[in-house]
Design a protein around this ligand. Structure first.
Ligand SMILES: Nc1ncnc2c1ncn2[C@@H]1O[C@H](COP(=O)(O)OP(=O)(O)OP(=O)(O)O)[C@@H](O)[C@H]1O
Ligand SMILES: [Mg+2]
Length: 481
């Protein structure tokens, strides 16, 4: 298969999850330190990198070990069902055990053993287990600087993508070792106390020149066929909801990216924000976008947001409430009976002084005829709920009793719902109930001098990393970084 230039420059490790963290794989010709305490899986991952290279990508590799005999490696790795000897027979792999100074000597010679070996199997990948021994070369305590530098240069010269294994901890507390500067990447495997019976194994990419990496610590596990890395913040995808569902843009491109295009039509999203966080622009952008697209929107007004205030903010985003009212595309639910301009009177649903049953009946009866008619015309509906208002006016029990039903009804009718609330204020129990009853949760909060936003639940099953909410001068006035 013909590869594009860009693909040729990326060496897929083939280790489940690792390429995702590396933004595709290791840049070709780079040298990466793979460090970890004893037993963290350095040898396993190193061998797996060569094995998958041979099996999946037709790239041969050499494993150079100073510490273990090949027999030991064949035996240890056979536990994962890997027949390394067979790969050697096919000239796709070489496992060689020699002294560090012999290796260096052979590498430095033109047409030395190393160069011959590379040509013989058309080698593309190299693993050295481990570079720690260079420190004690020739019985002297050196930092192995010259040796490591030379080897790295040889890797570059032959365009070999290399992993240099290193014991972690041996340089802790001392100044940063030389090879951290010389090598292009650093991957760290850690093993920590975790649950009573399990230890927490994590992998973290500390550096990778020329690659867009996924930051943070990610769990990995030993499976029967090798190491498997589980990138953080990805959960089991809900394929049914994710496949082919129309996405509604939020009007904020960076937020749409996190949501894989926008809010899925017919889903219920929570926006959890505390009072310090500025959620107004985030949610107004979403309604404005709906109005501009010709959708029908039901607004539940909060104590602070009257129709006038709403109209002003929507105008900032280029959406006209008047036009939407003329086209019979808006409703306002007001619990505070505030006066409005004549154009909006017909679309007001006053919900003050009503019992919970009366409230539900009134909302349903006011909206349903329009809903039925406009749905036939193919119009999309969007509802904004202010859950803080519902709870203060109707009580928590009302929400718990009716919310799930209401969401199910909306979903069944393809209505998209956005609920604004403050999880901390409404209490843990109600919050977790709401979270369960909705398809997605967008959290925004202030910490120190920054506002953050994170998708903590989505119909696609993905969580996002926390992003900083940055204010910009022009529409949509916010972007996520
Ligand atoms: N299926 C498994 N489940 C859990 N742990 C496993 C499994 N298979 C191997 N291991 C662990 O992996 C370790 C071996 O990993 P490996 O030899 O790759 O580590 P290493 O970092 O190279 O260690 P060293 O520093 O001793 O060379 C074993 O000590 C074992 O604890
Ligand atoms: Mg090892």
């Amino acid at each position: 298969m013909q590869k594009t230039g860009l693909e040729q420059n990326i060496v897929h490790t083939g280790v489940t999850g690792l390429d995702e963290l590396l933004g595709g794989g290791l840049p070709r010709g780079t040298t990466t330190i793979l460090e970890g305490n004893p037993g963290t899986g350095k040898t396993t991952l190193g061998i797996q990198f060569l094995l998958e290279g041979a099996r999946q990508y037709g790239e041969s590799g050499i494993y150079i070990t100073f510490e273990e005999l090949p027999e030991q490696i064949y035996r240890d790795m056979s536990g994962f069902g890997w027949d390394l000897k067979e790969l050697e027979r096919q000239n796709k792999l070489r496992i060689i055990c020699l002294e560090p100074d012999v290796l260096l000597d052979q590498m430095m010679r033109t047409d030395g053993l190393f160069e011959q070996l590379i040509r013989e199997i058309d080698c593309k990948r190299v693993v050295i287990d481990s570079i720690s021994l260079f420190r004690t070369l020739g019985g002297m305590q050196t930092d192995g600087r010259e040796q490591i530098y030379s080897i790295r240069n040889i890797m570059r010269k032959f365009e070999l993508t290399a992993l240099f294994l290193r014991e972690y901890g041996e340089w802790e507390g001392r100044s940063t070792p030389f090879e951290n500067y010389v090598c292009d990447g650093i991957i760290r495997l850690s093993l920590r106390e975790h649950l009573e019976k399990f230890r927490k194994r994590t992998v973290e990419i500390l550096k990778m020149r020329g690659a867009h990496i996924v930051e943070g610590e990610h769990h990995y596990r030993f499976l029967s066929d090798g190491i498997c890395i589980l990138p953080a913040l990805s959960m089991v995808e809900d394929k049914i909801l994710n496949d082919g569902v129309e996405r509604l843009s939020t009007g904020i491109p960076s937020l749409d990216d996190l949501l894989q295009g926008g809010l899925s039509k017919g889903s219920a999203f929570m926006v959890d924000s505390n009072s310090k966080a500025n959620y107004k622009y985030l949610v107004t952008s979403m309604y404005a976008e709906r109005l501009k697209q010709g959708d029908c929107v039901i607004f539940m007004l909060s104590g602070l947001t009257s129709v006038d205030v709403l109209e002003q903010t929507l105008t900032l985003f280029g959406a006209s409430l008047e036009e939407a009212a003329r086209e019979e595309r808006v409703f306002f639910i007001d619990h505070y009976r505030r006066p409005v301009k004549p154009e909006f009177e017909k679309w007001m649903i006053y919900a003050d002084r009503l019992s919970n049953e009366e409230y539900q009946k009134k909302v349903y009866e006011s909206i349903y005829p329009y809903f039925r008619e406009s749905s036939l015309k193919g119009r999309r509906w969007f509802i904004h709920y202010d859950l803080n208002t519902i709870i203060s006016e109707h009580g928590r029990e009302f929400v718990k009793r009716h919310f799930a039903d209401e969401m199910a009804r909306c979903r069944a009718n393809g209505v998209t719902v956005l609920c604004q609330c403050n999880f901390t204020e409404i209490g843990l129990e109600t919050a977790s109930f709401l979270e369960r009853a909705s398809n997605g949760v967008i959290r925004t909060w202030v910490d120190g001098s920054y506002q953050y936003l994170q998708i903590t639940k989505s119909p696609g099953g993905r969580m996002s990393a926390p992003h900083i909410v940055d204010n910009i001068r022009d529409r949509p006035y916010v972007r996520l970084i």
